[in-house]
Design a protein around this ligand. Sequence first.
Ligand SMILES: [Zn+2]
Length: 709
Amino acid sequence: MPKTDATTHPDKSPARPAIAPGDNPLLEDWNGSGGVPPFSRIRAEHFLPAYAQALAEHVAEIAVIAAAPEPPTFANTIAALELSGRTLDRIDNVFHLLAGAHTDDALLEVERVMAPQIARHWNQIHTNPALFQRIDTVMGAADPSGLDAEQRRVVERYHTRFRRAGAALDDAAKERHAGIIERLAALGTAFSQNVLADEQAFTLRLEDEAELAGLPDFIRETLRFEAAERGLDGYAVTLSRSTVDPFLQFSDRRDLREKVFRGFVMRGDSGGPTDNKSIIAEMIRLRAERAELLGYADFAHFRLDDAMAKAPGAVRDLLDKVWRPARASALADRDAMQALIQEDGGNFRLEQWDWRYYAEKLRRRVCDFDEAAIKPYLGLDRMIEAAFYTASRLFGLNFTPLPDVPVWHPDVRVWQVSAANGEPIGLFFGDYFARPSKRSGAWMTSLRDQHKLAGDVAPFIVNVCNFAKAPAGEATLLSFEDARTLFHEFGHALHGLLSSVTYPMIAGTNVATDFVELPSQLFEHWLEQPELLRRFALHYQTGAPMPEQLLARLVAARNFNKGFATVEYIACAETDLDLHALPPPAPGDPPLDARAFEAASLGRIGMPDEIVMRHRLPHFAHIFAGAGYAAGYYSYMWSEVLDADAFAAFEETGDIFDPATAKRLRDCVYAAGNRQDPADAYKAFRGRLPSADALLRKRGFAGSAAPVN
Ligand SMILES: [Zn+2]
């Protein structure tokens, strides 16, 4: 439902800096709040004037670096660049946090205004010839012996970044390239705002018991809360994944499942003003043109050249290897579900909105395992404790709640993170609940990155999730998938918190996209360990541990429906690569038809009709709301090859918290940022690179193409 905020000023023009510079909390030093932004005083109208000042400051700093009369050195060029733009960085971090986690009409407008301006700003820096000349000189210096390994890595990263941003192009190409980047920024913003609008516009109200049929209490409570949050009586289904998935899993009402499913998969594909298909066509065309300007065959080659995978072929090989057994497993599950339907006297074909429902029935039968039975043991607070405990066992970290740190929403919680010897490491912010002002999905972000270039700067790391909140006074209970998401994002958070590098550019999660999921996915493994579940999966009312039998069934059911999960994922990864393998269209070519392209891509790989891609193109934010995962959605599986093999390193010692392995993991991965090439970092941890075997075993596809539940 669209946000109707009576206090929103009808004048949408944000170009009215009514704020005197002295009154802008974004431009203060924040020392009074320990370096944390004073959120309660920050308003949307503070951003444009603060951005204006920060951009001007950065432009002036860059001009000084580029025009320095001294010959270029690491200190006067690279280190100086690392120290520049700090105000812009601070404001950007606050803005991106709020734009994702707690937005409103005024912030959406700031986002539309600023996205192209910021793209233009960076274009001007990246294509500044004098500046690139200096970086190039430092890079090519005959005697780099004065630099340590980290400094050499930082120079090389700067050189690569500038080259990939068009620094080495001739003037005409530079100008076209800059225009493309700017336009892509505006399109990415429009894309994600359209998805948010479609999510806010959908509510399915459930009026009576007949419409609630099959829904366990915990889902009913969520639906009541979601209705209340939108000022409605009764129950309402909204489009956050942690509401949609359980509804599809449990609702006996096939007609309502179809309605919710269609609402979810048609986000961005409505045909109305929030439709994203023409945005997709333009973005793909511009990315292809950009890759061509930079001398690459297509955008996927451009993208992967700077990733661990290096080229699309290596990725396709991996996806193919997993696709075949995954698809076979999903088809076997499909047949078993179709048989269930017949047994129940149903006379219909299993459809996409039936899959989760019958999978749940099948799971109860095959694994004697019922999602609703384990949920009371997965309280949010217990699972947070479990994540902290794992971090403490592996890395000696302690977490102390800090009630008085400024936050952007009353639901946000903050912890002081400290080392075993009590030394402070950073702050961790947890923003766990879905709300209308938050984008869907789950992510890690930062308010401040670790570095040591200007004193020891401690990181402020944020996890944002979309768990369905229990009504006041009740414990929030998670599904096992939700708990996995919590561990996943917390793994990213540790990558930010444990970072121990000198230069901000290579801190924490600033690593290749196909390596960045290693710390997060690896951390998920500990959640599945009986040792951890025995300790933290306690009944939310009685405090009793999960019965051993239930625990055994939970662990045994781990790979149930893995064929489905793998298929819905690989379908996205393949389609993403297909899209970004397109050459720029020739004059007169019709624009890309995103829907037809999606269908053709899925047809090529033999997508089962009963399964929908995890993210259909019109709302595939990973690849269109910015370029984060464009031609990079495969990264999760690439990283999974690593995480499956990395966890085996612990298992091989017989101790899932083995201190020596944990220390190596911390030194080579969690603390190391982008200090070295990702393949080298992994080899330093494990002594070798992994094969896909551990991944196939983990997903239950090892050995043969036979279906495994
Ligand atoms: Zn992740």
